[in-house]
Design a protein around this ligand. Structure first.
Ligand SMILES: O=C(CO)[C@H](O)[C@H](O)COP(=O)(O)O
Ligand SMILES: [Fe+2]
Length: 224
């Protein structure tokens, strides 16, 4: 299993001070920057795009940027995120007409690729593209908004995804996104996740370092 990674979702950051917020959360011990891209079409909300990703790189952010695309269509924006300096580019299979091609585009651009599964979306498609994904992201809320409650049924789905990854013998990250906090992160890790997105739990806290340290302490208990 891969080392644990904490990926704060900047969806809950103060957008007016985004560079500073990203600096602060990385200084507080975060590993990745989770970058939620919403198009008011695939999901009922509108956020940030490749220009903001490029601006963060220009500002000096060197940490991996984990671009979670909640957009449809997918392919036409993938190239822009490659250019903008994204590290991971993940998308929802139902948002792409040609899932295999979208995954190829991401890897051909030198980025790591991933598929995102909504709470009620089955994992079936993975059977055909396991060799083309670097990350599997399970949504533990319905996509579109931060600050929602973790859907408990996701724990079983995590166990299924973990079994698929282990059986494949491949180096694939298993990421969880939605409603992750200090109180549930240990259970989520025990179910097989190794990469944890947390937006409101980190950015709504007065001390980012304290929350991230508490999360790491819980993770250490999940995998002693
Ligand atoms: O993809 C997302 C929503 O679609 C966000 O990454 C997610 O909701 C994180 O926010 P929180 O930790 O507050 O649930
Ligand atoms: Fe996300």
């Amino acid at each position: 299993m891969q080392p644990f990674v904490i990926a704060p979702s900047i969806l809950s950051a103060d957008f007016a001070r985004l560079g500073e917020e990203v600096d602060n959360v990385l200084a507080a011990g975060a590993d990745f920057v989770h970058f939620d891209v919403m198009d008011n079409h695939y999901v009922p909300n509108l956020t940030i795009g490749p220009m903001v990703c490029a601006a963060l790189r220009k500002y000096g952010v060197t940490a991996p940027i984990d671009a979670h695309l909640m957009v449809s269509p997918v392919d036409r924006i993938v190239g822009d995120f490659i250019e903008a300096g994204a590290t991971y580019i993940t998308f929802h299979p139902e948002a792409s007409l040609h899932v295999d091609r979208s995954l190829q585009l991401i890897r051909e651009g030198g980025c790591k690729s991933g598929l995102v599964f909504n709470p009620a979306t089955p994992l079936d498609v993975l059977e055909y593209v396991m060799d083309k994904v670097d990350m599997i992201l399970l949504m533990s809320v319905n996509p579109g908004f931060g600050g929602q409650k973790f859907i408990p049924g996701t724990l079983d789905k995590l166990r299924k995804a973990r079994a698929l990854i282990d059986a494949s013998g491949r180096d694939i990250r298993l990421e969880i996104d939605g409603g992750v906090n200090v109180n549930n992160i240990r259970e989520i890790a025990a179910a097989g996740a190794d990469t944890f997105v947390a937006g409101s739990a980190i950015f709504n806290a007065p001390d980012y370092k304290e929350v991230i340290e508490k999360m790491r302490a819980e993770l250490a208990l999940a995998r002693p």
